[in-house]
Design a protein around this ligand. Structure first.
Ligand SMILES: NC(=O)C1=CN([C@@H]2O[C@H](COP(=O)(O)OP(=O)(O)OC[C@H]3O[C@@H](n4cnc5c(N)ncnc54)[C@H](OP(=O)(O)O)[C@@H]3O)[C@@H](O)[C@H]2O)C=CC1
Ligand SMILES: N[C@@H](CC=O)C(=O)O
Ligand code: NA
Length: 432
């Protein structure tokens, strides 16, 4: 009889419960799942009602005892947050346990430390669930695509914000109502600001870029803007101009180095990322010689994420059958750290919505000011008029971010411009 691998599950929330659900019903799934046994489950509170039941003594609040338990082979960290998650992962590794985690916040900040410890201990740390939920993206970058030189990664990699933007666009829903719905569905982070302000997507693109570009990306250098400034009005105007607004995470090789950023972006309707709706994520990878490959599917939610967690467990189970040595294709290599190209040097297109008193010369003055700062306009249109105020929308061609910002700073000082407001400035997916 084959002896089962014993796992310690840390966390029995949205993802932990769905992970246990798969492992406790292995019928008609891969036969290796029958060789994985949940031996311990660590939670915060014992007296909560749970959707899955365990034998007496399995559930505990002593997580330290789980990660040091000599009978356990693998620790699955699904509690989220930075601490105690980071310390528990490191302690599990130092006790020779393989680790599976969905915790992008910890990996984007402490990945180097964790991978170094894992390499020294000779154990696996697998993170497929940390990016794109159920979508396989970590393993393809580590294995199937790793012979390519990657040029860019463009992704919708936060399910909560894509769910919110989709509902705002298609149902005219209110931002905070949809956020509550995303929380109820288990998509949002414990602190939803991580989703809404773009930090979760920044964690994920840091992980992907580090894997894909062969250099360790520093999270603090990733430029990050969330979706709070995106209003229903902008979504409607973008629609009229032929765009969808999406929160994009972008890592691109530029001539001067690597550029990594997260921001709401106007995406032309004919672009493959424009039609990714709801909680779905999509990641468009472009490499040489393969060209473009797109990964698409559910980016958040218990079941989808648990699918990735359990696939990591199954990979470890399979690898341990053939060797105790760590498969180099499943190891995250240690890369040198390099400075990212700052956002001021970005070349992109912009959308800006400008409100000011409607008087002759306004559009001409704006056009001249943009021209002076080498900002070439694709369109400048007065979309609305209300109580003497004009609402003007500008879309540029490719322009250097710094030049565009200089033009915006000068606009309030132009002769014909009075009582100006610029409620939104958004980037538009750049022209090739
Ligand atoms: N939800 C999703 O769609 C996705 C989530 N992730 C990641 O998966 C991880 C888990 O997320 P999710 O399942 O949504 O989170 P939940 O908040 O639903 O669950 C967290 C679980 O961890 C337990 N827990 C939290 N802190 C502690 C602690 N200090 N000590 C002991 N137990 C603790 C909680 O215990 P108790 O039940 O007693 O409160 C709960 O069971 C996070 O890293 C998240 O970023 C990744 C992809 C998608
Ligand atoms: N909060 C995250 C969960 C998955 O990573 C999201 O909405 O994408
Ligand atoms: Na994934």
């Amino acid at each position: 009889m084959v002896e089962a691998l014993k796992i310690g599950l840390l966390g029995l929330g949205t993802v932990g419960t769905a992970t246990a659900g798969i492992l406790l019903s292995p019928e008609s799934r891969h036969p290796l799942l029958k060789e994985i046994e949940i031996a311990k489950v660590g939670v915060k509170t014992l007296d909560k009602r749970r959707a899955v039941e365990f034998a007496d003594g399995v559930l505990t609040t002593d997580l330290e005892a789980i990660v040091t338990d000599p009978d356990l082979d693998i620790v699955v960290e699904l509690i989220g947050g930075l601490e105690p998650a980071r310390s528990l992962i490191l302690k599990a590794i130092s006790h020779q346990k393989h680790v599976v985690t969905a915790n992008k916040a910890v990996i984007s900040r402490y990945g180097e430390e964790i991978y170094r410890a894992a390499a020294e201990a000779g154990v696996y740390v697998l993170i497929e669930a940390a990016v794109g939920g159920g979508i396989p993206i970590i393993r393809p970058l580590q294995q199937s695509l790793s012979v390519n030189r990657i040029d860019s990664i463009l992704g919708i990699i936060n399910g909560t914000t894509n769910f919110i933007l989709t509902k705002m666009a298609t149902e005219g829903s209110d931002f905070s109502e949809v956020l509550t719905e995303a929380q109820e569905l288990g998509y949002a982070e414990a602190d939803p600001s991580a989703d809404v302000d773009g930090y979760d997507a920044a964690d994920k693109i840091t992980i992907l870029a580090t894997l894909a570009f062969g250099e360790q990306v520093s999270l603090e250098q990733v430029s990050c803007e969330g979706i709070r400034q995106v209003s229903a009005v902008d979504i409607q105007y973008a629609e009229r101009l032929g765009f969808e607004i999406k929160l994009l995470a972008i890592a691109q090789r530029e001539q001067s180095g690597l550029q990594v950023r997260v921001h709401p972006t106007l995406v032309p309707k004919e672009h493959p990322l424009a039609n990714i709706d709801g909680v779905n994520n999509a990641i468009l990878v472009e490499g040489d010689p393969i060209g473009q490959v797109m990964f698409y599917g559910p980016g958040a939610g218990g079941g989808a994420t648990a699918s990735a967690v359990v696939s990591d467990l199954m990979n470890i189970a399979a690898m341990l059958k053939v060797s105790q040595a760590v498969n180099p294709l499943l190891k995250i290599p240690q890369h040198p750290r390099r400075e990212l190209v700052p956002i001021q040097e970005l070349v992109t297109r912009f959308y800006a919505r400008i409100i000011c008193i409607d008087r002759p010369g306004v559009i001409g003055n704006l056009g001249t000011c943009f021209g002076k700062h080498k900002v070439s306009l694709e369109s400048i249109v007065q979309i609305d008029f209300n109580n003497g105020f004009a609402e003007i929308v500008v879309v540029t061609h490719n322009v250097k971010e710094e030049n565009f910002r200089q033009a915006l700073a000068e606009i309030p000082h132009l002769d014909a411009i009075e009582q100006i407001q610029i409620p939104s400035v958004l980037r538009v997916l750049r022209e090739k």
